[in-house]
Design a binder for this molecule. Sequence first.
Ligand SMILES: Cc1cc2nc3c(=O)[nH]c(=O)nc-3n(C[C@H](O)[C@H](O)[C@H](O)COP(=O)(O)O)c2cc1C
Length: 367
Amino acid sequence: MSHHQRYRRNPDVIPEWGHDAGLVLRDCRQWRVFSVRPALIGLLSHLDRPHTAEDLHGLWDESPGPGPVAALLEKLADAGIVRRCPPDDEDEPDDGWSPYELAVHRQAGTGGFTGRDLGASPPARFHHSEATTTIPLPGADGTDSRPLATVLAERRSTRRYAAEPVPLTTLAACLERAARVRGRLPPLAYQQTQRPTPSGGARHSLEIHVLARDVDGLASGAYHYDPFGHGLAKLAPWEESLTALQQRFIVTPAVMEAPPPVSLYLTSCAERTAWKYSRLVLTLIYRDTGCLMQTLCLTATDLGLAACPVGAIDASLSAPFLAPYRDRLIHVGGLALGLPDRSSPPAAVTPLQGTTEKVAPPRVFQK
Ligand SMILES: Cc1cc2nc3c(=O)[nH]c(=O)nc-3n(C[C@H](O)[C@H](O)[C@H](O)COP(=O)(O)O)c2cc1C
C-alpha cells in the first residue's frame, strides 16, 4: 500500500439502524450489511472526496494514528465500504443510481407474499364520505369502438387540445372501459376485484381523481371516480388551487402551452397492496400505474380523445381535496385528456432505416 493511496466512500453504502445490532452500514448494490462502531461514521463522513490515510489522520478527531488509519482504510476497502481511488485524478463514472433506488430495487427482488395470516383485507372500494354529491355516469354501450390494431397504431402522446370541452359521455365511456370494476374474484374476503387492467395480486390499489376543468355536462371541479358505482363523487368546485395543481403536475412537466380540459390525478391506496405483499409494494404500485396509464391511453385513443401520460409525482399529496387522506393515499402520476387539436398533430415519426441502423452499446450498470 502506497502513502499516496487515496480512498473514497462507496456511494452505495449508507447507514441504517439494524435489528438489535445498533448502527449498521448497508451496501445497497451488493445488499450486504456491516455492523460498525459509531466512531467509523466520523471517518466516513470525510470521505465524500478522496483522501490519503495521512490526510484522514489530520481530519478525523478519533484517529488512532496514521498507521492504524491506513490499516483500517485497507480493511474497509477490502469490505467494499470505501474504494481505492485510481492514481490519476479521474473519478469513476457514476451510473446514476442513488442508494435509495438501488435499495428499492433490491428489496423488490427479495419481496413477495407476506406469508403471515392475512386477516381482514382493507376494502377494495374507496369511499369519500365528504363528497357533496355523486353524479351517476352513462354507460358506454352503443359507443363505437375500433379494432385494437388500429388503436395501437394511432396511439400518441398529445400535448395540445382543441378549445372545445370534452363531452361527459366520452369521459364516462373512457372511465368505464378503462377502469370500471366488473366483478369480484374469490375468495371474497380478500377484496379482490376484476377490472379492465391487470393488477399485482388483484389488489387494485389505484384511485382516479378527475380534475374536470372543461367537461360539457359536468360542473368544473375535482371528482373521485367510483369504479364500483360508475359515478363521479364531487369533492371541490373549480378554483385557483386546482389550476395551480394542474399546472404543477400536468402542464409544466408535459411542457403544454395550455391546460387540458381534463386531468386525471392518479393515487394509490397502498394499504391494499401492502396487505398481501412485503417489500414489493411500491414497485407493484408503480407497475400497476403503468398498466392503468396505458389502458387509459388506448381507450382514449379509441374514443377519439387525445391523451398524454405524465410521470411527475406529487410526493406530498398536495391536492387540497385530498387533505384528509395524506396518510392513506400516495400520488403516482397523471394523465391529460382532451379533444385533439387537429391543426397541430404530434411530431412526425421517422421510420427506421431497415436493420443497418446503428444501435448504441448497452450501458454497463455493474461497476
Ligand atoms: C410513465 C410515463 C411518464 C411520462 N411522463 C411524461 C411527462 O412527464 N411529460 C411528458 O411530456 N410526457 C410524458 N410521457 C409521455 C412520453 O414522453 C411519450 O410516451 C414519449 O415521448 C413517446 O411518444 P408517444 O407516446 O407519442 O409514442 C410519459 C410517458 C410514460 C409512459
